[in-house]
Design a protein around this ligand. Structure first.
Ligand code: FAD
Length: 428
């Protein structure tokens, strides 16, 4: 069987080694099977490991999906709907429950990092969303008002303060969620895996689940070399969902996102660009995002509508963007370039599903999954324990395949053009 390896990313080059794991071989039994070793699967495993036998099956290595490849911005919001819109969409009870989960989601990440002593896995320095046009200060004001009303630790930043915090007058003001921050995404995933294993969970890597079927009163999960019988199943595959759950796979559009790290920058530049090392992503739909690594690299990237070309337009395009925002960097060269898939839903909201008796899944991070996927572990654990689905913070629905999914997936990169068009206009 060919092995699925991690991408050649800065995260893979700098994360502490993963715990030893092996493939699933032969026939095994477990109380709870979790498919996917990312933030969702591993945070669910941490919740349940002390009270049930838990087995995690991962197609590649730990962190093979979004969890090992992302930009590492721990952001306690969605990328789309703001709190009032979430409450309008889901009603007062469920909506406010979800907004509270989201508000506390980034702190949950840093609690996990502290509790399980994950050295170097992240810093809670805050998340800044600078606004890219003067009219969008109204967006920042509204977000601060909506989150402050729900007890979130947020502040509005005028243009001068934003410029001081970012080391650049490129933006027009913004706002900050003080509970946000950055993680080294793969170090954090490996830390979660170590914690889950330490609590008794079994993790098998290079063990792609090829089918999940009901067999009497249990679920039978097959991998190329083994089979696992389980009372309950959590499908934690998110944007990397394959034909094991075809309707779920077709309920999102996987969107390519490219990431790249600069070579280490000088001390002077480190002191002048985002000197407080916050996570930064702005109000553009064609998102501009930046964060520091421990060794003084900026990690940034882009979603593109043209074909990925690591030696040509992509680094040039993103390098120019870095220089527009931070001219003091002087010269930009990237030594790692990698990419991954983001799971986008049509309503820009996450979806929670019961796929059969004792079989649960959520999907649709829409680019904000570091904090949210970590916070979904306790939710999925509650569902495994048999909690009333009506008490969950997301409405439980059937997966709805997107019509003409293949075409929607092929056309998804063109969405960047629409976003650039919107970015260039002031909101009405
Ligand atoms: C390039 C990029 C940048 C991003 N940047 C940010 C960011 O800065 N901030 C933020 O909040 N979010 C970001 N995200 C989103 C975030 O990474 C994801 O939402 C989050 O990692 C989802 O975690 P997860 O555990 O639910 O899924 P994943 O980490 O994707 O894990 C799913 C796992 O399931 C496994 N799998 C799939 N099918 C099978 C099978 N049949 N059998 C066994 N295993 C299987 C996959 O191999 C994978 O490891 C980014 C995503 C990408 C791709």
């Amino acid at each position: 069987m060919t092995e699925l390896s991690l991408p050649d990313s800065f995260w893979a080059a700098s994360a502490p080694p993963a715990i030893e794991t092996g493939r699933l071989e032969g026939a095994r039994r477990t109380d709870v099977a979790i498919v996917g070793a990312g933030y969702t699967g591993l945070s669910t495993a941490i919740e349940l490991a002390g009270e049930a036998s838990v087995t995690v099956l991962e197609a590649g290595e730990i962190g093979h999906g979004g969890s090992g490849r992302n930009n590492g911005l721990a952001i306690p919001t969605l990328s789309g709907p703001d709190p009032d819109a979430i409450v309008r969409a889901w009603g007062e009870e469920i909506g406010e429950r979800f907004v509270a989960l989201l508000r506390d989601s980034a702190s949950h990440v840093y609690d996990l990092i502290r509790t399980h002593k994950m050295e170097g896995a992240g810093e809670q320095t805050g998340w800044i969303q600078p606004v890219h046009s003067p009219g969008r200060m109204r967006v920042a004001e509204s977000r601060v008002e909506q989150w402050a009303r729900r007890g979130a630790d947020v502040e509005l930043l005028d243009a001068d303060r934003t410029s001081e915090l970012l080391g650049s007058p490129f933006w027009h003001g913004g706002w900050m969620a003080n509970t946000g921050g950055t993680v080294q995404p793969l170090a954090y995933t490996r830390g979660l895996a170590k914690a889950a294993a330490g609590l008794g969970a079994t993790i098998h890597t290079q063990s792609p689940v090829t089918s999940i079927k009901r067999e009497g009163s249990v679920w039978l999960l097959k991998t190329p070399e083994g089979e696992l019988r389980a009372d309950k199943v959590v499908l934690a595959t998110n944007a990397y969902t394959d034909e094991v759950a075809p309707d779920l796979r077709r309920s999102i559009v996987p969107v390519y996102s490219f990431q790249m790290s600069t070579r280490p920058l000088s001390d002077n530049i480190r002191k002048s660009v985002i000197p407080g090392r916050q996570a930064v992503s702005d109000t553009r739909g064609d998102l501009h995002f930046f964060r520091w690594t421990d060794d003084g690299r900026l990690v940034t990237g882009a979603a593109l509508f043209f074909k990925h070309n690591p030696t040509g337009r992509l680094p040039q395009h993103v390098g120019d963007r870095v220089l527009r925002a931070f001219p003091q960097v002087g010269e930009v060269s990237f030594d790692y370039i990698w990419h991954g898939f983001i799971g986008a839903t049509l309503d820009k909201l996450p979806h929670l599903h019961v796929l059969g008796p004792g079989f649960f899944a959520w999907i649709g991070c829409n680019g904000r999954g570091v904090a949210l996927a970590s916070a979904m572990g306790p939710v999925l654990a509650e569902m495994v324990r048999g909690a009333n689905v009506k008490a969950m913070p997301i409405p439980v629905t059937e997966p709805k395949p997107i019509p003409a999914h293949g075409l929607a997936t092929r056309l998804a990169p063109l969405e960047v053009l629409r976003r650039r068009f919107n970015d260039a206009r002031e909101p009405t």
